[in-house]
Design a protein around this ligand. Structure first.
Ligand code: NAD
Length: 503
């Protein structure tokens, strides 16, 4: 087995790398090779409390910096992200397992969200009314909240932390990022870029850790807002604990996304779209398509036949293998749980139409599962109900569009969905009636662009407001409304008025 040198990682606090003091460490792996590459410190409550104090000082300075100067730092950060794309893609691939091209895709979406955060001056503009009463003008402003935190998942080591946090920093907050302990390299590299861009110390901090660090953030009175992205079970727990401690919380969870295939669509196009959206990143995307829902037996039979042929061509490999369509799963545990979900589905009666259990790979110690397809999956099966974060995908057969819509609407998740059709009327019925937050029509992964909002419905998200778009600026600011009277010098109010102010 190939070994790599094991690195001891740090936190990034108050403008510098800081070693962990808790004496607790998590193991970081290169999933492509299945080898340990680093140890990441897991922060204690005391360490988190210290960071919050330093971040508060950072906030006091940063929130007073002019909007123009803040945007200057953001612009430099954006250019550094672009300039370091190759290096970053390598870092992501090594710790996450996704292919270099896929990593570059997520970096470019991250950059898109920084571009949007550069519109903070526009989004921070308040409202103004003149002469609302005798000599009174009223205006509102958006003020930053203070110290805020983002708790991120492993599957987008750059895009999600950047999209969650950049607007928060742009509008004047101090950030404590708690990245996934499985992918700490990317977040630490982001810290170097923020530093190089000229962000003052204390405004951007990375605390590595697990539940102990997260609980410390959720319980501390000086953390004002929590933006979480991860699995639904943890999202719900974070939402409950954070709101109990009077924080503003948005928590984005998992998904079980479907693609409806109508009889009128071009099947080759639908198959190609499905394969990329379903198996890309080894299906480790919250917006990955889990279920193909072909309408009518004829469509289903033809779709499955073409899909089986296409799956035979797919290649699995290391993150830097240029021929690989997708890479390894994040961990040995993840591989085990995906394979377990597959065994259960077969026991429950699903038909194994393509078996990816033993993919041909150069490094069998890596955490690989090949593209796997289950046909004749029914809504009562666990493999339909639960999110499977790996390349085991379902075909669920229905007779009508209405049946497909009802099926999707009854599912507990509501992250993403799409329909492939040539019919405007079918598309309209679908977009109007579907109970899902992000909807595609002939678009396989309908992740909105950075200047639109992103977020699922039902148990795919908890709390108010979405991320990415203008909602992010609202989430990370609070509004203040001022009513002010500047009477002319001849004005002389001598009477005390005890009635409720009316104009
Ligand atoms: P996860 O829930 O295991 O971890 C997410 C974060 O929470 C990590 O930083 C982790 O350290 C922390 N965490 C884990 N358990 C915790 C606990 N008990 N208490 C406090 N903190 C805890 O998720 P993951 O495996 O890293 O990511 C994959 C999941 O994220 C999938 O379910 C995927 O669908 C979801 N996801 C959702 C979106 C979205 O926008 N809705 C985007 C990306 C990923």
């Amino acid at each position: 087995m190939k070994t790599e040198q094991i690195e001891k990682l740090t936190h990034f606090i108050n403008g510098k790398k800081v070693e962990g003091k808790s004496n607790r460490y998590g193991d970081v792996y290169n999933p492509s090779l299945g080898v340990k590459i680093a140890e990441v410190p897991l922060a204690s409550k005391e360490e988190v409390d210290e960071v919050i104090t330093l971040a508060k000082q950072g906030f006091n300075e940063w929130s007073k910096v002019s909007v123009a100067k803040r945007m200057d730092v953001l612009r430099k950060f954006r250019d550094l992200l672009a300039k370091n794309t190759d290096k970053l893609a390598e870092i992501i691939g090594r710790e996450n397992g996704k292919t270099i091209d896929d990593a570059k895709g997520e970096i470019s979406r991250g950059i898109e969200s920084v571009d949007f955060a550069l519109s903070a001056p526009q989004l921070l503009k308040g409202e103004h009314s003149v002469n609302v009463g005798g000599d009174i003008n009223a205006y509102s402003m958006h003020k930053p909240l203070g110290v805020v935190t983002c708790i991120a998942p492993f599957n987008f080591p750059i895009m999600v932390p950047v999209a969650m946090s950049t607007m928060a920093v742009a509008v004047g907050n101090a950030m404590i990022l708690k990245p996934s302990e499985k992918v700490p390299f990317s977040a630490l590299f982001l810290s170097e870029l923020w530093d190089e861009a000229g962000l003052p110390a204390g405004v951007w901090n990375v605390v590595n850790g697990d539940k102990e660090a997260v609980d410390a953030l959720l319980e501390h009175k000086d953390v004002k807002a929590v933006s979480f992205v991860g699995s639904t079970q943890v999202a719900e727990a974070i939402y409950e604990k954070g709101t109990k401690h009077h924080k503003r919380v948005q928590a984005f969870g998992g998904g079980k996304n479907s693609m409806i295939i109508m009889p009128d669509t071009d099947l080759d196009h639908a198959v190609n779209s499905f394969v990329g959206a379903a198996f890309g990143a080894a299906s480790q995307r919250c917006m990955a398509i889990s279920n193909a829902i072909p309408v009518g037996k004829e469509t289903a039979d033809a779709f499955v036949a073409k899909l089986k042929e296409k799956i035979k061509e797919l290649k699995v490999g290391t993150f830097d293998d240029k021929n690989a369509d997708f890479g390894a799963l994040i961990s040995a545990e993840s591989k085990e749980s995906v394979l377990k979900a597959l065994e259960n589905a077969i026991e429950e009666g699903a038909d194994l139409a393509a078996d990816g259990r033993n993919p041909k790979v150069k490094h069998p110690e890596g955490y690989y599962v090949g593209a796997t397809l289950l046909d004749h999956v029914t809504p009562d099966m666990e493999v339909y109900k639960q999110e499977v974060f790996g390349p085991v995908r379902n075909v669920v057969r229905v007779d009508t569009l209405e049946e497909a819509i009802d099926l999707i609407n009854e599912h507990e998740f509501g992250n993403g969905v799409t329909i492939f059709t040539d019919s405007g009327s079918a598309a309209r019925t679908f977009t109007e009636n579907i109970e899902v937050g992000m909807v595609g029509v002939n678009v396989p992964i309908p992740i909105p662009v950075g200047y639109h909002n992103f977020g699922g419905w039902k148990r795919s998200s908890f709390g108010e407001g979405q991320m990415f778009g203008p909602d992010t600026a609202r989430f990370f600011t609070k509004r203040k409304t001022v009513s002010e009277r500047w009477p002319d010098t001849s004005y002389n109010e001598s009477k005390t008025d005890f009635s409720f102010p009316n104009n």
